[in-house]
Design a protein around this ligand. Structure first.
Ligand code: LMR
Length: 333
């Protein structure tokens, strides 16, 4: 009898403490990224944090770690898969270890502009790619825009041959490696946090970045020439650890998804303007000369880089490439 009572008391205690934990425990989401706060992604992360704070206070808390302060390019995806961090928004160029299909975003001159990128991301194939890494415990929650990439260097780049012999910093992407090989240049993979130093020390002479990354990392101060090539896109996938994400109680997850939709809309509406504002700031700084290309010069870059498409068509899938191609309004042969 005594034993039974003791067991019952122990059970009651356990249940109370479980309930107490359930009531008190706040779900913590660590969101880590590699750029500055004052960028489209940095602003998106802070808006997500603020809306969660306002609407899910006590239930969920978001901690934002910008500027590679928690994890950087070298380890953030593994940290996410191990649930050491619960959300990231890596550039689409950084997933080729987990899925080959996303490499479509790195193909040079694949998309005419950010509008075209947007159309692709919204269509069935684009949405499908958000789920392409679930078998690796990575779930895609949304696409966030940054912008089109510009090519910068220590010398003026007007035609593809001007890049020959130079070393360019690239993100961890085989497609980008192949793109620079087509120009007779050397690509050097380097984490984002090291780019300024790499350019300043002369380890690399060039890079490709959207205006917001050029300006917020002060890269224009160590790159006297920036050519407005718009040759590729740098966008993000907001991701979470799949087991963590699907383990969140349904009602809270639904609220988080609604917040993500709202933040995504704001980020994607403001990204282009933010990039144009940074372009103006770079121009006004007088530290870097912005070179605009004639249509003929731009066509020469397109033709020089185009063989990369054939190189990666097998891995990416011709269906994905076709789906991306048709979102462009202009026709390119
Ligand atoms: C880069 O490494 O150049 C970018 O992916 C950084 C970023 O997140 O915008």
């Amino acid at each position: 009898m005594l034993k039974k009572l003791a067991v019952a008391a122990a059970c009651a205690l356990t249940l109370t403490s479980y309930a107490a934990v359930a009531q008190e425990s706040t779900l913590v989401i660590k969101l880590s990224h590699v750029v500055a706060d004052d960028t489209p992604k940095g602003q998106g992360a802070l808006m997500f944090q603020r809306l969660v704070d306002e609407r899910l206070e006590g239930k969920v808390r978001v901690e934002v770690y910008p500027n590679s302060s928690l994890y950087g390019d070298a380890n953030e995806l593994e940290a996410l898969r191990n649930n050491e961090v619960q959300m990231l928004a890596p550039s689409l160029a950084k997933f080729d270890q987990y899925t080959k299909q996303l490499q479509v975003f790195d193909l040079p001159f694949m998309f005419d502009d950010l509008e075209a990128v947007n159309r692709f991301q919204k269509r069935a194939k684009g949405r499908q790619l958000l789920r392409s890494m679930e078998d690796q415990n990575i779930v895609g929650l949304a696409y966030w825009h940054n912008g089109m990439k510009q090519m910068s260097a220590t010398k003026a780049l007007r035609l593809p041959d001007d890049a020959a012999g130079l070393k360019f910093r690239i993100q961890n992407s085989k497609v980008l490696d192949a793109q620079f090989a087509q120009l007779g240049a050397t690509a050097v993979k380097m984490p984002f946090a090291e780019v300024y130093k790499g350019l300043q020390s002369g380890q690399v002479q060039g890079a490709e970045n959207p205006w917001s990354n050029l300006y917020s990392q002060r890269l224009h101060e160590v790159q006297p020439f920036i050519t407005e090539t718009n040759h590729g896109v740098l966008d993000y996938m907001l991701i979470s650890n799949a087991r963590f994400w699907y383990g969140i109680p349904h009602q809270i997850r639904t609220e988080l998804e609604a917040i993500i939709d709202e933040v995504t809309y704001a980020v994607n509406r403001q990204a282009e303007e933010a990039n144009l504002a940074d372009r103006r700031r770079i121009e006004a700084s007088g530290k870097s000369q912005i070179i605009t290309l004639t249509p003929e010069q731009r066509q020469a870059w397109r033709e020089a880089m185009r063989p990369v498409w054939q190189q990666f068509e097998g891995e990416i899938g011709s269906d994905v490439i076709k789906a991306a191609q048709v979102v462009n309004r202009k026709r390119h042969d």
